[in-house]
Design a protein around this ligand. Structure first.
Ligand SMILES: Nc1ncnc2c1ncn2[C@@H]1O[C@H](COP(=O)(O)OP(=O)(O)OP(=O)(O)O)[C@@H](O)[C@H]1O
Length: 250
């Protein structure tokens, strides 16, 4: 379990996160959504301990994150940053193995993570020879290989084709089902609604909604936060989010 208690994060002149209190449980996939600049990355960085809150606290399993050593933190929290950069032209397998280096069986763990993202057959290629989407999946595999209880992902669907966007959300859902806390920032509200157990909506640094997609994505919230019309409609056995441009979009 990881939680924020009334956290504020100030970056230069901007209060990027304002008074956010949230609790994330194991076994659930959380979608972090909100317009550009609403504070998603900053909130993820605060949860990862990469930026210190100016007020409030982040706690993991009832311990203050700030009281943990770097190695204690890195064994508990895995973080996929928004920038998909790799500095060394190692093999794909070597890159993913870096995620599992705290384990004796790093090699099979890396191989399993690569299979999960469909890259088993390029394991011995140099990573600089891969496409943008394949590179994004290598970094996702490195994150999965950490086996950290808390997995934080900043826009994990960037650079992925539509089929792989769904595939990766399935992989994240499977990680949650294995008992991880999984929190991913997402821009595709339809996919977020379809795959996530709960959504956390950021708006101008504040929390605008938290809970199940059907409860959170009301027409009023979609209009106010995203400048979109829409809501849930019955589709087959379940429901589906439909969206349109708001007539009042600025
Ligand atoms: N290093 C920084 N210094 C000053 N302000 C910053 C810094 N990083 C981000 N901000 C500001 O903090 C606010 C929140 O930014 P953040 O990156 O958390 O938003 P986001 O929701 O992740 O956006 P996006 O969807 O565009 O990635 C924005 O107003 C941004 O301009």
């Amino acid at each position: 379990m990881i939680e924020t208690q009334n956290i504020h994060v100030r970056l230069a002149q901007t209060e990027a996160v304002r008074d956010v209190t949230l609790r994330f449980e194991p076994g659930r996939l959380y979608g972090l959504v909100g317009p550009n600049g609403s504070g998603k990355t900053t909130l993820l960085r605060a949860l990862a301990g990469l930026v210190a809150p100016s007020a409030g606290a982040v706690r993991i399993d009832d311990r203050a994150l700030s009281s943990l050593s770097l190695s204690e933190r890195s064994a508990r929290i895995g973080y996929l940053p928004q920038a998909r950069s790799i500095s060394w032209d190692l093999t794909v397998h070597e890159i993913v193995q870096l995620g599992a280096q705290r384990f004796r069986d790093a090699e099979p763990r890396a191989a399993a993570a690569l299979r999960e993202v469909g890259l088993g057959d390029v394991a011995h290629r140099r990573v600089f020879s891969l496409s943008g989407g394949q590179t994004a999946r290598v970094l996702l595999a490195r994150l999965l290989a950490t086996a950290c209880p808390v997995l934080l992902l900043d826009e994990p669907l960037t650079a992925l084709d539509p089929a792989w966007q769904r595939q990766v959300l399935g992989v994240l859902k499977a990680a949650a089902a294995r008992g991880h806390v999984v929190i991913a920032s997402l821009h595709d509200l339809g996919l977020a609604a379809a795959f996530c157990d709960d959504l956390c909506v950021m708006h101008d640094g504040s929390l605008a909604g938290f809970g199940r997609p059907e409860t959170v994505f009301t027409p009023a919230l979609l209009a106010e936060v995203f400048h979109l019309t829409g809501g849930f409609e019955v589709a087959g056995e379940g429901t589906r989010l439909h969206l349109g441009a708001h007539p009042l979009i600025p």
